[in-house]
Ligand binder design. Structure first.
Ligand SMILES: CC(C)(COP(=O)(O)OP(=O)(O)OC[C@H]1O[C@@H](n2cnc3c(N)ncnc32)[C@H](O)[C@@H]1OP(=O)(O)O)[C@@H](O)C(=O)NCCC(=O)NCCS
Length: 507
């Protein structure tokens, strides 16, 4: 419809367009003008016999009659003759064009092609290293000793202790001070006890230990939130008895997705506690938003992704990461900067790709799977961190459950107590750095503070990027810090692990 034969003239063109419109075919813009608009002047002249769908549009009826009509028709004609207008090229930033899907696909194709060579080199050099049986040995040293599994079972004791304490507090059997003390002991033990088991039981493997400590850390954050929210409920109910108690724990007596709203202390049940323990969130609420039903196709897709990606992650780690780490283990004789950089860059690409896969596996597939299974409504597990133009934006958006916990249970309480923003942010990053170090150093049985320092370094990095870099430069700086920062920490630990465990043997 956009091209038309000048020999037949614009009128013929109009008639054809009108007839097509009459058949209900969608109209495309002609030279920037909507065909529908140019047809509107004709619409009045064309009579349509509704009964027989006949069109009566002779040339006589559409011939211009008045002077103004003639002038309009001339303008129309020159409009149709022109094929240029003032406009920007698509790749100019001022064009406002932003659909780069094709470019993204190109990047993926280039990535696959450039890594195919590495893959072939790796395969020719090392052969097939993927070994599913070896994965079991990562968790079990001794087939008759299952300390990691035992630790997971024991974690129920801490959950029960938190629930028991809250029940006693709600009944008034414990005073607030006693309840707080019991919670503190319980929470402190949740960090000390598994760490002690990991350090003292020789059959604990580093991977098994990291997994168990990760679960205990999640439970720690959850039970801390549980303690806080129940305390807030009690505080409100004591300040303004019934009225305020409802406003927090039970805003109204309505049904929510077919469920009754729970009010404090009706939430202090084993069922409610275990729902929270398994729900993909670290922040407790008496009434979580719930989805109306389990969507089977969504659930199965997430399950498939989980199973597929975990195998891919394990396979790529065995085939790609471990050989590189092993070849980088031996410390360099001299401080050769170019060889150090070469080691770093060799590790950076696989490390980064595995981290991205892990992100999708954990934050999208696994969390959505458990949320769907539990009909947990809030699926905002991450936001668009990949567009981060500042380090601050990255930390606000990449791990939403942790960020929400930090804001609700640590950052805002500190601000309310009068700490300034800088101190409160530093305190949050300090806590985060502590947990990062805890999750690396204890399983490796090696205290080096590299993870701690990596996390604390985010503060000056955030300041630097925020102060000096904007837009795409800021985004590139965030990507660079992710791609280069992590392998630096990995190489530090690998180096120290080798020195600690193998140097003496080699000597
Ligand atoms: C430290 C951290 C919590 C700061 O978050 P932030 O969003 O930059 O903080 P902001 O100063 O912008 O304020 C956030 C909130 O506090 C509120 N706030 C700010 N100053 C306040 C004050 N004086 N009193 C009360 N509230 C205040 C803001 O209104 C805002 O509220 P909202 O969330 O309801 O909009 C965040 O960077 C973070 O989570 N860091 C750690 C992340 C981490 O370690 N993740 C681990 C992943 S493995």
């Amino acid at each position: 419809m956009g091209d038309w034969n000048t020999a037949t003239g614009p009128i013929t063109r109009r008639r054809r367009a009108t007839i097509t419109a009459g058949r209900g075919v969608s109209l495309q813009p002609v030279n920037g003008r909507s065909t529908a608009a140019s047809l509107s002047s004709l619409a009045a002249d064309i009579s349509i016999d509704d009964g027989h769908r006949k069109l009566d549009c002779s040339l006589e009826t559409i011939r211009p009659k008045t002077k103004s009509e003639k002038k309009k028709r001339r303008n129309d004609f020159s409009d149709r003759m022109s094929c240029h207008k003032t406009q920007e090229s698509l790749l100019s930033s001022t064009s406002g064009y932003n659909n780069y899907r094709g470019i993204l696909n190109w990047c993926v194709v280039m990535l696959v092609l450039s890594n195919a060579r590495l893959f072939l080199e790796n395969l020719l050099g090392y052969g097939v290293l993927v070994d599913p049986i070896q994965v079991i040995s990562l968790f079990l040293n001794d087939p008759y000793s299952w300390p990691a599994a035992c630790l997971l079972i024991v974690s129920n004791v801490f959950i029960a202790a938190a629930l028991y304490t809250e029940r006693q507090l709600s009944k008034g059997s414990f005073s607030e001070a006693v309840g707080f003390l019991v919670h503190c002991i319980n929470l402190a033990n949740m960090l000390i006890f598994p760490a002690a088991v990991v350090l003292l039981v020789p059959s604990m493997t580093p991977v098994g230990s990291a997994f168990v400590l990760g679960i205990y850390t999640i439970l720690f954050l959850k039970l801390y939130s549980y303690k806080d929210v129940n305390l807030w409920c009690r505080e409100l109910s004591t300040v303004k008895a019934k009225k305020l108690a409802r406003s927090l724990s039970c805003p109204s007596e309505q049904h929510f997705s077919g469920n009754h709203k729970v009010c404090y202390p009706g939430n202090l049940t084993i069922r409610d506690m275990y729902y929270f323990v398994f729900a993909p969130t670290l922040c407790y609420e008496l009434n979580f938003p719930r989805s109306p039903k389990i969507r089977m196709s969504f659930l199965l897709r997430r399950l498939f992704e989980m199973l597929f990606l975990i195998q891919l992650l394990v396979g790529l780690t065995q085939q790609w990461m471990i050989p590189i780490i092993q070849s980088s283990m031996k410390p360099l004789e001299d401080m050769d900067l170019s060889r150090m950089t070469e080691r770093l860059l060799r590790l950076a690409v696989p490390n980064h790709l595995l981290w991205l896969m892990f992100f999708y596996w954990f934050f999208h597939s696994s969390m959505n799977f458990s949320a769907e299974l539990l009909r947990f409504g809030d699926r905002q597990f991450y936001k668009d961190w990949w567009n981060s133009e500042s380090v601050t934006y990255f930390w606000q958006n990449w791990n939403i459950p942790v960020h929400k916990w930090c804001l609700r249970h640590f950052y805002k309480p500190l601000l309310r107590r009068g700490c300034n923003k800088m101190v409160s942010q530093s305190a949050v990053f300090f806590l985060s750095a502590f947990f990062h170090e805890y999750l690396v150093s204890v399983p490796l049985r090696m205290f080096r503070l590299w993870a701690f320092m990596g996390m604390m370094a985010q503060l000056p990095l955030a300041w630097f990027v925020g102060r000096f870099l904007r837009g795409n430069y800021g985004n590139a700086a965030v990507w660079m810090s992710l791609i280069i920062g992590q392998p630096i920490a990995v190489l530090m630990y690998v180096h120290d692990y080798y020195v600690l465990h193998y140097r003496a043997e080699a000597d």
